[in-house]
Design a protein around this ligand. Structure first.
Ligand SMILES: *[C@@H]1O[C@H](CO)[C@@H](O)[C@H](O)[C@H]1NC(C)=O
Length: 182
């Protein structure tokens, strides 16, 4: 009897996909890659539990940072949004981390599904060498679809400025400085 029940459990578990590895959901940035292999997840994991950006964040391009911040909004990875923002950001930077976090938690595009961010242009050059204080701009379109049946898709275009700044330990990385939304 026990053996029979066990076998039944095994069959049911196999039918419900219990043995198959769950596929990773697609990355919200629209890369068409599973989140687990997208650059966004690599960058998100640069933020340590003590909220420091690891040196590997240094090699991220501004375009990759745009996409990873967009997917962080989608995944509600609020500390990542905060920690990739420049202290010189006049629009968003708040001295008080907890207040800022609470504000973002209140509404992180909750009514929308964010699943596509298109980069249209940038003056970043992979072959250039950048020093502290250098700035580049990235133009992108962020898409958002209202949750629920027949939800409309809205979008906005933004020109974001990123600045090469100290991310700790003498390492430089691109941080979001401000955005102009059309
Ligand atoms: C990129 O363009 C912005 C805006 O025109 C400018 O401020 C910035 O210096 C440019 N960066 C580079 C590296 O050319």
């Amino acid at each position: 009897m026990v053996a029979f029940i066990l076998r039944l459990c095994l069959i049911m578990s196999a039918m419900s996909g219990g043995f198959a590895k769950k596929p990773s959901p697609p990355c919200p940035c629209g890369s068409n890659l599973p989140y687990s292999t997208c650059t966004c997840s690599v960058l998100h994991s640069c933020l340590s539990p003590s909220l420091n950006l690891s040196p590997s964040y240094s090699s991220a391009t501004p375009e990759e940072v745009v996409r990873s911040r967009y997917s962080a909004y989608s995944l509600k990875s609020i500390p990542y949004i905060i920690k990739t923002t420049s202290k010189d950001n006049p629009q968003h930077y708040l001295e008080d981390f907890e207040v800022w976090k609470a504000r973002l938690e209140e509404d992180c595009y909750d009514k929308y599904t964010l699943n596509r961010c298109d980069i249209s242009s940038s003056n970043y050059s992979a072959s250039a060498s950048y020093k502290e204080g250098d700035e580049v701009t990235v133009t992108f379109t962020a898409f958002m679809t209202e949750k629920g049946a027949g939800g409309k898709t809205n979008s906005f275009e933004e020109v974001s400025t990123f600045r090469r700044e100290d991310i700790g330990g003498g390492n430089l990385g691109w941080l979001y400085q401000f955005g102009d939304v059309d």
